[in-house]
Design a protein around this ligand. Sequence first.
Ligand SMILES: [Zn+2]
Length: 385
Amino acid sequence: MRWGFVFVTMIAALLFSILPVTAAELQAQPVWIAVNDELLTFPDAQPELRGGTTYVPVRFVAEAMQADLTWVPVTSLVTIYKDGRHITLDTANGILKTDLGEQHRVDLYTQDQRLMAPTRLMSESLGYQVSYIASGPISRIKDDSAKLTDEELAAKFKARIDKEKAKWEAEHPAQQPVPEAPKPDKVVYLTFDDGPNAYTEQILNTLKEQGVTATFFVLGPQIEQHKDLAKRMIDESYSVGLHGMTHDSKKIYRSPQTVVQEMEDCNKILTQATGFRTAIMRVPYGSKPWMPQNYRDATVNAGYHMWDWNVDSYDSKSSTRTADETYTEITNQVSGKKNAIVLLHDKKTTADALPKIIKWLKDNGYAFERIYGSTPPVNFWNDQR
Ligand SMILES: [Zn+2]
């Protein structure tokens, strides 16, 4: 392993000179990294906040986790192993692969010849939780062995962080004082079912214009008809989940195996169209009463995390449904929720209502997130698996 590291350091500079550097082009601000109750120290490349995401030198964070790391220079693949879990960073293509079979587009770049990767996705995919302590700011990677609360940790290291922050500010006089990123206490997940179809493009355009993310639960036959839209979803970093093949309750719910088979077939078509697999699914018509324990066991064993919703836009309730009715339904139901999972569909009135819906959510302080395989699932059975 040690010789591996030496080799790695020697060729790293060569390897990464060809990487895309989108994250590296954003202005960086300092951030501190803790693993459980300890604040890490980095010898050369420093962790940094870029565009709201914390990036860390991969090797040192892996060492602090006591994880094993291998790097195969020929294939540009870095794999991190921790307690039976693993992730692979495809540094040539900017892809993070999880052991759930998911692939995420991520910004991987080098700083002082060190590979930098997004902390949260990397750590959560290895089974850790990540909290963001705005007063530091500290990105804290933790598991069951963490003893301190976030507040206690911030207090313990306050003096050191203040000193280092003052030093950083002195070295970067041209930059504005760092505004503390407010921790989003209200999160919304926009989810679109039944596509891709003729209305998906308008939805994708709106999301892009508004700079917000979302999740699409797609049907296999629809992907086959609109491969370009499925590819666009992946290329523009939306999350894609499975919605099966037939959308027919008589067919899909015949047995636990038929549900699994529909998801597997849908995933296969997704992979053929985009090169990507997913580990999240949403069953047609919602999981209750259709997905009792033995059905859920089967999909969990197949590696899937099941999602329903807690806000129903009723955008498919009737053919006369208007964009304004969908907007009103959502704003009524989202109000007061800290974690809103909004069910929408790829259809014309929804696409037309979307700019107004997004504006309302932004005005009301919601941060937009997409669903990952590592996001704790929300479903009607409270099945957290
Ligand atoms: Zn549906």
